[in-house]
Design a protein around this ligand. Structure first.
Ligand code: G6P
Length: 494
C-alpha cells in the first residue's frame, strides 16, 4: 500500500447494519419525514461521525450502509442522489448514509424468514420442535434472497471503501457479507460483530449443512469476529471446529480456515451514563414520572421493559409475578408490576401470537387479583421511550429474565437511572450476567417458581443493601460505553 493509500484508510471507517441510523415515514400528503434512531450502535458511532463532519474534530469520515426497511425508506433511498441521504440534505449526524433500495420481496425474505426466523431462532434456542424448524424448497428460495441481500451490502461497501479502509459489519443479518466483501476487496480490514448469543454446535447443527457452513464461512471472511461475551465467542469457536473442521486455537482465540486467519474477540457493550442521565432529566421524562407516580401511589414497583420478543420470556415473567401474589398475599395492595412490552417484528406470526399470549396472561392476573383500589399489573404495549426512562427512575425491582440474550441493555440502563437504587433480578442466560451477576439476583429463566421467590427476596431487600448493589451495578454498566465498544472493534483490526 502506498503512503497516500494508508492515509486514505485512516480517513474513513465503514459501517454496515440492517437497521440504519435514520428511518422515514410518509405523511398523508405524501411528504417524507425522517427520524433519527437510538440504540447502542447509533450512540457508539455518534462520536466518531460527529468528529468527521466538516468543522468537527478531524476524525475519520464515517460511511454507513444500511437497508431500506419500509416503502417510505425505499422512496427516500430512490430519491437521494446515488442513494446517499446526506447528499439529499438530511441531517444524518455527520455520517455519510447510503440506504440500499433492496427489492421489497428480497428484503422480506432475507430479514423475516432467514435473519429473524431462522438465525435468530437458532442463536436464542427458540425452536419448539417437533413443529419447527422445517427446511424445504421455500427455505431455499428465502436463503437465495439472504445471499442477494448480503451481496447488495458487499457491493456497496466495495464501491465506497477507500483503499485499506476499516469496515465494521454488524450482526446476523449480514453474516455472509464479510466473505463476499473480502472476495471483492482483499485490501480492506473487516470486522464482523455479533450482537446476539451464539448457539452451541449441537443446536447450530439443526441448520441445513450447507447453510450452517456458509454462515460460519461468511463471518470467517472477516479479519476479526467480535462477540459480546466470552461465552458466545467460545460457542462460535466450537461451531467452527465441529461444523467446518476449521483449525481452532482456543487460548489465542483464532480460527484458520481456507488459509485465512480470523481472530475472535470479546467486546462488551454498556451504556453512556452521563448521556442517559441527562436525557432522563428532560421535561418529557419528568412529566411521565409524575403521571406514573399518580397511578401507582407509594407502592413498591417491579418494572420490566422489553420489545415483545420471544427470547425476552415475558410470559414466564408474568407467571412468576402471579405466583408471587399467590404465595405471598402480604404483597396484595402493596406492589405494582409495570410491564412495558413494545411491538416488534409483527410481520412474523410467532411474534403476533406471542403478543397476544402476553396480553392474555396480563388480563388473567388483573382479573384474579385486581380490586377497585389496586391495579396489580400495568401492561403497556405502545412504544414510549421517555416513559421507559421514567419507569427506570422509579423501579424498586427490575426484572430482566430472557431465555437468552446477547447482552441486554435494560439490565444496564435501569440501575443507572434508578433513583433509590433498584434490585436487579437477572436471567443467568443474558450476556449481562457475566458482568453484573455478582450484584444482581440471578435466576434460571425457565424456573418460574424460583423467579417468583427471587422477586420476593428483591422486594424485601433492605434499602441500604439495594443502594449499595445498585451503585456497583451502575459502575459495571457504564464501564464500557458504546463509543469505547466501537473503538475497540476497530482497534482489534490494527
Ligand atoms: C437486536 C439485534 C439488532 C436489531 C434489534 C431490533 O438487538 O441484535 O440487530 O436491530 O434487535 O430488532 P429489529 O428487527 O427491530 O431491527
Amino acid at each position: 500500500m502506498s503512503d497516500s493509500e494508508v492515509g486514505a484508510a485512516d480517513r474513513q471507517v465503514l459501517v454496515a447494519s440492517n437497521r440504519g441510523p435514520v428511518s422515514f415515514s410518509l405523511s398523508g400528503d405524501g411528504a417524507l419525514s425522517m427520524r433519527r434512531g437510538g440504540g447502542g450502535l447509533v450512540s457508539g458511532l455518534a462520536g466518531v461521525a460527529a468528529a468527521g463532519r466538516p468543522g468537527g474534530m478531524g476524525g475519520p469520515e464515517v460511511v454507513w450502509v444500511c437497508a431500506a426497511l419500509s416503502d417510505a425508506d425505499r422512496m427516500a433511498a430512490r430519491q437521494a442522489p446515488d442513494g446517499r441521504l446526506d447528499k439529499a440534505g438530511y441531517d444524518t449526524g455527520g455520517a455519510s448514509v447510503r440506504m440500499l433500495d433492496i427489492p421489497a420481496a428480497t428484503f422480506q425474505r432475507a430479514y423475516n424468514s432467514v435473519a429473524n426466523s431462522t438465525l435468530w431462532f437458532v442463536h436464542h434456542l427458540l425452536y419448539d420442535t417437533p413443529n419447527t424448524p422445517h427446511f424445504d424448497a421455500r427455505s431455499r428460495r428465502d436463503w437465495q434472497s439472504y445471499e442477494a441481500y448480503n451481496a447488495a451490502f458487499a457491493d456497496a461497501l466495495a464501491r465506497d471503501a477507500a483503499p485499506g479502509a476499516k469496515t465494521a459489519i454488524q450482526d446476523y443479518h449480514l453474516s455472509l457479507a464479510p466473505r463476499m466483501l473480502r472476495d471483492r476487496r482483499p485490501d480492506l480490514k473487516i470486522v464482523h460483530f455479533s450482537h446476539t448469543p451464539w448457539a452451541p454446535p449441537e443446536y447450530y447443527r439443526l441448520l441445513p449443512d450447507d447453510i450452517g457452513a456458509q454462515v460460519l464461512e461468511g463471518i470467517l471472511g472477516a479479519d476479526h469476529a467480535g462477540f459480546l461475551t466470552a461465552r458466545w465467542a467460545d460457542a462460535f469457536l466450537d461451531c467452527c471446529e465441529a461444523v467446518l473442521g476449521a483449525r481452532v486455537d482456543r487460548a489465542a482465540r483464532t480460527v484458520v480456515h481456507d488459509g485465512h486467519v480470523t481472530r475472535v474477540g470479546v467486546h462488551g457493550l454498556g451504556v453512556d451514563g452521563a448521556e442517559l442521565t441527562a436525557r432522563a432529566q428532560e421535561p418529557d421524562v419528568v412529566a411521565r414520572a409524575r403521571a406514573l407516580r399518580e397511578q401507582v401511589g407509594d407502592r413498591q414497583l417491579i418494572v420490566r421493559i422489553d420489545r415483545t420478543e420471544l427470547s425476552k420470556n415475558i410470559v414466564r415473567g408474568l407467571a412468576a409475578y402471579r405466583e408471587l401474589l399467590v404465595n405471598h398475599p402480604e404483597w396484595h395492595g402493596r406492589v405494582v408490576h409495570l410491564a412495558f412490552a413494545y411491538p416488534s417484528r409483527h410481520d412474523l406470526p410467532e411474534y403476533r401470537e406471542y403478543t397476544a399470549a402476553v396480553q392474555r396472561m396480563a388480563a388473567q392476573i388483573t382479573d384474579e387479583f385486581g380490586t377497585p383500589e389496586w391495579e396489580p399489573l400495568i401492561l403497556q404495549v405502545n412504544d414510549d421511550y421517555p416513559r421507559s426512562l421514567a419507569a427506570y427512575g422509579m423501579a424498586d425491582v427490575l426484572l430482566v429474565n430472557p431465555i437468552r440474550d446477547g447482552m441486554n441493555l435494560v439490565a444496564k440502563e435501569g440501575p443507572v437511572l434508578s433513583e433509590r437504587g433498584c434490585a436487579l433480578v437477572l436471567s443467568r442466560e443474558a450476556g449481562a450476567a457475566a458482568e453484573l451477576g455478582e450484584d444482581a439476583l440471578t435466576v434460571n429463566p425457565y424456573d418460574v417458581s424460583q423467579t417468583a421467590e427471587t422477586l420476593h427476596q428483591a422486594l424485601l431487600m433492605p434499602a441500604a443493601e439495594r443502594a449499595e448493589r445498585c451503585a456497583r451495578l451502575t459502575a459495571a454498566a457504564t464501564a464500557l460505553p458504546p463509543q469505547r465498544w466501537f473503538a475497540d472493534q476497530l482497534a482489534a483490526l490494527d
